[in-house]
Structure formats: C-alpha cells, structure tokens
Design a protein around this ligand. Structure first.
Ligand code: C2E
Ligand code: CA
Ligand code: CA
Length: 594
C-alpha cells in the first residue's frame, strides 16, 4: 500500500450540528430499502447509485462495512491506498485508515449527519472527495449504522486550482503577475509584523519600451521582455520574487537587512544587468530602465500602498536617471496633485472655469486686432489658480482634452455674443491655446469644426496657438492636422517661439501664419543687445517665410516703440491690458473702435 498523505478537512460549523431527524437525511422509502433484511435487494438498490456508498455499522465498538456499492469498489480499485478493495474478510474490508476513526466517532456520537472534505495524496496525483456520513435509523437492538458516501471532486478542485494559477501568472514570461505579487507582498507584510523581517519592493520600468516595441514589432518585443525577465532573475538572490506587473513594468520583492542600502544595491544590480544591449536577430537593442525602491515600514498597512510608494520613487527615478528610494514627501506632492486633478475635473464638469481675454494690438494701426483667450480657475477656497499650475495637471491627467474643447467652444461663443451685442461682425478674431497633448489625443480638427459650427463664427476669426512641442512629438501627423485646420480658414500661430527646438526648415513646411515671440526675448530687449539681435533675426525669418509676428509680454511704451522700429506686426502685454473678463474685454474693444 502506498503511503499517501491524507487530510481531512471539516469545515467549521458544517455537518457538526445534528439534523432534526433521520428522515431528513434519507427519504423513508430509501431507508426501508436499506434496512431490508433481504440483502440482495438492498445491494441491487445501492448499486444503481452513481456515487460511492458504503454502509458501516459499529460492532463491538469497531466500524465494519456491512455492504458497499459498485461505485465504491471501483473507487477502491483505482485507489488501493484509499479504500481496500479486498473484501475477502467480509467484516474488515475497510475504509481507509484516516476515515475510520471519523466514522467511529460519528457512530458513537448522537449526530445525525456530518459532511467534510477529504484530500488523499499530494500534488498532481492527489484526489479530493466530498464525504458525507448519514445515520441510518433502525430498531433499538440494531448496532448503530451509517451510510458513507464519497463524491469525487478531484476534477473540480484541480480545475479551480489551475484556473487560479493561470490567474496569478503572466502568460508571456511565466512570472507571477500583479495579483500574485500583491499576495506575496501581503504575506511578507505578515512576516514583517510577526517576526520583524524587513523587506523592500523594487519597481523596474523599461523606459521607452513602447517605442522599441513599435520599432521591432510586437513579436520581437515579446522576446525582448522575456530576455529582460531572464536577466532580472539572474540579478536576484534566492528567495527574492520577480513579477511582471504590466507590459514593461517588473517588480521585485526583496528581503533585506534593516537599512535601505542593500535595496539600493539590488536596484543598481538590476540596472546593471540590463546595461549590455540585447541581441534580437540582427538588432542590438539598448534597454534603459528606471528603478524605484520602497521599504516596508510599520506605517504601511496595505500591499498596494507599498507598491504605490515604489511607483512614486520610480517617477523620480525616470527624471534623475538613477535608482531612487521613496520619500514621504513624494506622496504628499502626489496627493496634492491628485486632489487638484479631482477638483479640476469637477470644475470642468460644472463649467466653473472662465476665459480671460487679452487684447492683441496691431502695431501698424494701433487698433485691437483680436484677443487671446486664457483659461482662469477661481477656486472656492484656494482663490485664483494659475493656468501655469493647472494646465500641466490637465495635461498629465488627460483632462486637457475636455478643457481644450471647452476653451474652443467658450471662446468662439463669446465672440459670437459680442457680435450680437454690437449688432455687427466685429473686426477681431479670438486666439485659443491648444496643448500638444491635445493634438496627440484628440481629434482637434473635429473639435475646431464643432466650435465654429456651434457659434457660427467664420474660420478666419479663430486662431489656434500651438507650441513647438506639438511639432517635435509627431512632425508628420501634426502637419496633416494643421493643414486640415488651415483648410477651415482658421489661422495658426506658433506660440512661445524661440523656447523650443523645432527646426526652422520644418516650420517652413507647416501652414503657420503667425510667430509669437516669447516674452523671455521681449522683456530684456531694452537692456540686452543679444535679445534685440534675436528678435530682429526672428522678425527677418518670419517675413522671409511669409508669416506675421506677435510680441508677447510687452509691458512698457519704450518696448512698443522699439518693436515698431523693428517692424513687428502685433503686440500683447500688460502695457495695453492684462487678460480681462469677457465683458471688460468687450468694453475695451468698443472704446477703441469708437
Ligand atoms: P501663454 O500662451 O504664453 O499665455 C501668455 C501668458 O503671458 C498669459 O499667462 C498672460 O497672462 C501672460 N502675459 C500676458 N502679457 C503679459 C505681460 O505683459 N507681462 C507678463 N509678465 N505676463 C504677461 P497665463 O494667463 O498665466 O497663462 C499661462 C499659460 O497657460 C499660457 O501661456 C498658456 O500656455 C497656458 N494656457 C492658458 N490658458 C490655456 C488654455 O485654455 N489652453 C491651454 N492649452 N493652455 C492655456
Ligand atoms: Ca498663448
Ligand atoms: Ca506664449
């Protein structure tokens, strides 16, 4: 007989309470059959049942099998270790050893039924049974008897197990996935609490992996990920756990001595193991990674919090270029940013943002040629929040898309209202800022078109201001979008010109109407000869390319005169007006038109 590990699991509260009466357990007709002295009839009956059944009696305080059905014998055949098939000695051909004492105890008790699970054997060959003991009624004189039934649940249990292990595994690398990693961290947290075993979580993020993936194709990308996984494993010590959390994000659970220097050393090992380029066919690919480290501490009570801390550290690592460890201020800043994001989302939804309008002055005529629309957020508690603060939050969170669409609609609607108020088409346009992120994520052409249709404003009275970063990210894509916008007669201005790195050759190929020279060149012009030279060069370039020019941040009369002398077309700045609420901007315009 094979020595097999057999385990009996009695679920708490299940099967331990006696049932009301035996008739609740077996229908009366069955009981009669089971009690019948005509054993052939009884045997025939239980042989028809599909589950393994034995009837056991307590004779001389020992459980013996009175009878068993065919299914029971079949089970015994297959599993010699579990049930002895040999019924040679009629009384003792028995139930497996571990089951015996349970049946014995049951028959000695006054319980009417008991159910429990039983596991026989280990691992793959192990089997699982749902076992039920049900007392049989009989005359007083009869020995206590019960029916033992066994349902083989092996398939079901194994199915559940394999499903679970699939759910905990990353199919590409075979590594634990996020769910499994979280479980590992949770159990490490338990050890930390009970035994004070310190550990750290490291996140490894492959920088620019999506670019590589696009470049080499997803199959080769998969191969790359597998290679990276192998290398990372080679940098680990026994007992450390590597997991793949997402496409290009790996995590390591690291047991360390008390301080963080060991974790940082491991982080550098991770980076080092990826430093040699990876061969993929003919290609040699250099993979860079950012590593963020977070140490377990008693302040942390959820695995996700620890992982998030490592994420904060990783964010800094991406900027600094070397491994970083989490610091408490990381999450404070992130939380503040997050709450700002939540409030901004709400403000957009509730239409609580406003536009301010700053006049653009034609330097040749001194007239107002248009207004730049600038977003304003009056926060109920925090007061005015600068766009310099909330636009980056909007860009990072994706809120820039609804915000940008709102700005387009609100600006054109305002101009249409002014027209109505004036009873004429005013000789001005409105300029709206559109972020590079919006060009990447939104259908800007459709958004512009919708704003024009809704307001009834002609395309030539709308100007889109974009920054050089729009062009840098996707030069060909942006060219098509700008052409489509231009086809709607909408004007296009290159904002903050001079601060980015877009190539002049490229500017020439784009339908740009206006160059806006950044304030940082205009403001120092009076003191700084270099600035004058730059502005002069930009003005020359613009006229060569057939573009007009706007100077930003004009604060003094002298600057106005200098710019006129240099041949700049339009100026904008505090000297003329600050960005004004819509009604004041309208009044400003009407006054200067009179
Ligand atoms: P920007 O497009 O360069 O806007 C010009 C900024 O210069 C505005 O700041 C304006 O108030 C300020 N300014 C104008 N004249 C002067 C001056 O004479 N002196 C000084 N010191 N500053 C002057 P603001 O309104 O704080 O906007 C900051 C930035 O936020 C804008 O820079 C723009 O990039 C962004 N922004 C504002 N509204 C929107 C929007 O609706 N959508 C997008 N995507 N970005 C926006
Ligand atoms: Ca602007
Ligand atoms: Ca600007």
């Amino acid at each position: 007989m094979r020595a097999a590990k057999t385990q009996i699991v009695i679920p708490a509260g299940k099967g331990l309470e006696p049932a009301a009466s035996p008739t609740h357990i077996l229908p009366v007709a069955f009981q009669e059959l089971l009690d019948t002295p005509r054993s052939a009839e009884r045997q025939e009956f239980i042989d028809t049942l599909p589950i393994a059944i034995a009837i056991v009696a307590l004779v001389d305080r020992k459980p013996i099998i009175l009878t068993r059905n065919r299914a029971f014998l079949q089970l015994a055949d297959r599993r010699g270790s579990f049930i002895e098939a040999d019924a040679g000695s009629d009384l003792c051909a028995g139930i497996a050893l571990p089951l015996l004492p349970v049946v014995e105890a049951f028959l000695l008790s006054d319980e009417q039924e008991r159910s429990f699970d039983m596991e026989e054997g280990d691992g793959i060959s192990g089997r699982h049974f749902a076992i039920r003991l049900a007392r049989l009624s009989g005359s007083e004189s009869q020995a206590p008897r019960c029916m033992v039934s066994l349902i083989d649940r092996t398939q079901q249990v194994e199915g559940e197990r394999s499903l679970r292990s699939q759910m905990l595994r990353d199919s590409l690398t075979g590594l634990p996935n996020r769910a499994a990693f979280t479980e590992q961290v949770e159990s490490a947290m338990l050890n930390f609490e009970t035994e004070g075993r310190q550990f750290a979580v490291l996140l490894v993020d492959l920088t620019r992996f999506s670019r590589v993936n696009e470049g080499v194709g997803s199959l080769a990308g998969d191969e790359l990920i597998i290679t990276v996984a192998r290398r990372l494993i080679s940098a680990l010590r026994a007992g450390d756990v590597l997991a793949r959390l997402a496409g290009d994000e790996f995590a390591v659970l690291l047991s360390v001595a008390d301080d963080s220097s060991e974790a940082m050393r491991a982080a550098r090992r991770m980076q080092a193991c990826l430093s040699t380029p990876i061969r993929l066919g003919d290609l040699e690919i250099k993979i860079d990674c950012a590593v963020g480290v977070a140490m377990m501490s008693s302040a942390i009570d959820a695995a996700d919090d620890l992982i998030r801390n490592a994420q904060f550290a990783m964010k800094r690592a991406k900027q600094s270029g070397h491994a970083e460890i989490y610091q408490a201020c990381d999450s404070t800043a992130a939380r503040q940013r997050f709450s700002l994001e939540t409030e901004l989302r709400r403000a957009i939804e509730r239409d609580q943002l406003q536009l301010a309008f700053q006049p653009l002055i034609d330097l040749n005529t001194g007239r107002v040629s248009g207004f730049e629309a600038l977003a304003r957020w009056e926060h109920a508690e925090k007061g005015t929040i600068s766009p310099a603060e909330f636009i980056p939050v909007a860009e990072e969170s994706g809120l820039i898309v609804p915000l940008g669409r709102w700005a387009l609609r609100a600006a054109t609607r305002t101009l249409a209202e002014w027209d109505r108020k004036a009873g004429m088409q005013l000789p001005v346009h409105v300029a709206v800022n559109v972020s590079a992120v919006q060009f990447q994520r939104d259908d800007v052409v459709a958004a512009v078109n919708a704003a024009l249709m809704e307001s009834g404003i002609g395309g030539n009275r709308l100007k889109i201001e974009l920054t050089e970063s729009c062009i840098v990210s996707d030069p060909d894509g942006i060219a098509n979008v700008l052409r489509a916008i231009h086809d709607l007669d909408v004007l296009i201005a290159m904002d903050d010109f001079g601060t980015g790195y877009s190539s002049l050759a490229y500017l020439q190929r784009l339908p740009i109407d206006v160059l806006k020279i950044d304030r940082s060149f205009i403001a120092p012009m009076l003191e700084d000869r270099d600035s004058v030279a730059i502005v002069r060069a930009v003005l020359g370039l613009a006229s060569a390319l057939g573009m007009t020019t706007t100077a930003e941040g004009v604060e003094t009369q002298e600057l106005v005169e200098t710019l006129i002398g240099l041949g700049c077309d339009v100026a904008q700045g505090y000297y003329f007006a600050r960005p004004l609420p819509a009604d004041q901007a309208y009044a400003y315009l009407r006054e200067r038109m009179a």
